[in-house]
Design a protein. Structure first.
Length: 401
């Protein structure tokens, strides 16, 4: 059997479409475990008999475990992507049902950490599988479509969660999440073609070495770019609610409108990559997106002059950021083809580190100097990320970089 790294060009167009569709559906199911909580923190807190901050801490813990992603990516390289994906989704189902059965805050907290660990396993495996099966010349389109699972998860999870919380309990929400992920795991096993580790991955089977891929300079540069890009965005995002409240005294409904603008920007950004990435080149598109985001970071203090300007500016900011994130993924999948999941796990770990650093530093900077210092810090960080991507991230492919 040929290695996965040589198989992408042999996959027929119909097979590519089926793989992308199945992976998008599966990731939508998985992403629901991340996105179902944000809109309903007060309701979930009341269901569990705790303060809002306790639920927020559980959400933070779920995200924070992604720092361990470098240790997880190699698992899919060693054992195969398909069964790591199916195993992670099965674990989501079990965790959700346990959370529903016990219905306590401790069970909820542990469930959320488990969701974070499972996603840490699932995402590198799914993106590596996509990289194995989709030729680089079509990969930006495939990744752009697949990343719509992020926004799609929110569009499905938010109304369903609200309906179930209104008519039933949090346990009903968790049972629904469990059933969806059990069904997704079954679909992955039945519908996705089998895979097996490449020769390069089999050579590393004695032990999983999470940092081995950092011997490749392009992987180091990509990880730095991803971490800096995430840090720049988090410097702003961690403070956007406080900024909008201080500038306009917004009610919750108005903040919800801005959140819709962010979700819309994410969807448009993913559509831009899916439509233009393969034609213009993913690296060029990522640089363009980050340039737009950097300009918006720098203009942040000007947004305080008008709510309309702020809404449009935040839309453009997150549009540019989403393009910069999604357009770079096809590049990551081609850095070390035989160890795709290890590379992606390492990069996801750097993204988590960047978000954590941006969140901690951003709050302190905003308290010290307001939006002006945040604008400067985020803008400079984004420009450094642009330089790293332009100067040091290189891949050898038959398609446009």
């Amino acid at each position: 059997m040929a290695d996965l790294s040589t198989r992408a060009s042999d996959t027929p167009a119909r097979g590519v479409f089926s793989v992308v569709l199945m992976l998008t559906v599966a990731r939508t199911c998985v992403n629901m475990t991340r996105r179902f909580t944000y809109t309903f923190v007060p309701e979930i807190a009341r269901s569990l008999g705790v303060a809002n901050s306790a639920v927020q801490n559980a959400i933070a813990a779920q995200s924070g475990v992604s720092i361990l992603s470098p240790f997880a990516g190699g698992i899919a390289d060693r054992f195969g992507r398909k069964y790591v994906m199916a195993g992670a989704m099965t674990a989501f189902g079990v965790l959700a049902l346990l959370g529903a059965a016990f219905a306590t805050y401790s069970a909820f907290f542990l469930m959320m950490i488990g969701f974070g660990l499972g996603k840490m396993l699932f995402d590198p495996a799914a993106l590596a599988y996509l990289g194995d099966r989709v030729p680089f010349a079509r990969r930006a389109t495939a990744v752009g479509i697949n990343e719509m699972s992020w926004g799609g998860a929110l569009l499905i999870a938010a109304p369903v969660t609200g309906l179930l919380l209104e008519r039933s309990t949090l346990s009903a929400v968790l049972v629904a999440l469990g059933m969806v992920n059990f069904a997704g795991a079954l679909a992955v096993v039945v519908l996705l073609p089998a895979d097996r580790p490449s020769n390069e991955s089999r050579a590393l089977r004695v032990r999983i070495r999470p940092w081995a891929v950092l011997r490749h300079p392009a992987v180091v540069a990509s990880a730095l770019y991803a971490g800096l890009n995430a840090a720049a965005n988090e410097l702003v995002f961690i403070n956007y609610g406080a900024f909008m409240d201080a500038s306009f005294g917004l009610a919750l409904s108005a903040l919800g409108f801005v959140t819709i603008a962010i979700s819309l920007a994410e969807g448009v950004g993913e559509g831009v990559v899916a439509t233009l990435g393969d034609r213009l080149g993913t690296k060029r598109l990522a640089l363009t997106g980050l340039a737009i985001a950097a300009a918006c970071y720098g203009a942040l203090p000007l947004f305080a002059n008008s709510l309309t300007l702020a809404t449009v500016g935040i839309f453009l900011l997150f549009l540019g950021y989403e393009v910069a994130v999604v357009a770079a993924i096809p590049l990551y999948t081609e850095l070390v083809p035989g160890q795709r999941a290890s590379v992606l796990g390492t990069i996801i770990g750097f993204i988590a580190l960047g978000r954590f650093s941006g969140g901690v530093i951003g709050g302190a900077l905003y308290a010290a100097g307001g939006p002006g210092i945040i604008a400067a810090a985020a803008g400079v960080t984004a420009l450094i990320a642009m330089f790293v991507l332009a100067r040091w991230v290189r891949v050898s492919t038959g398609g446009k970089e």
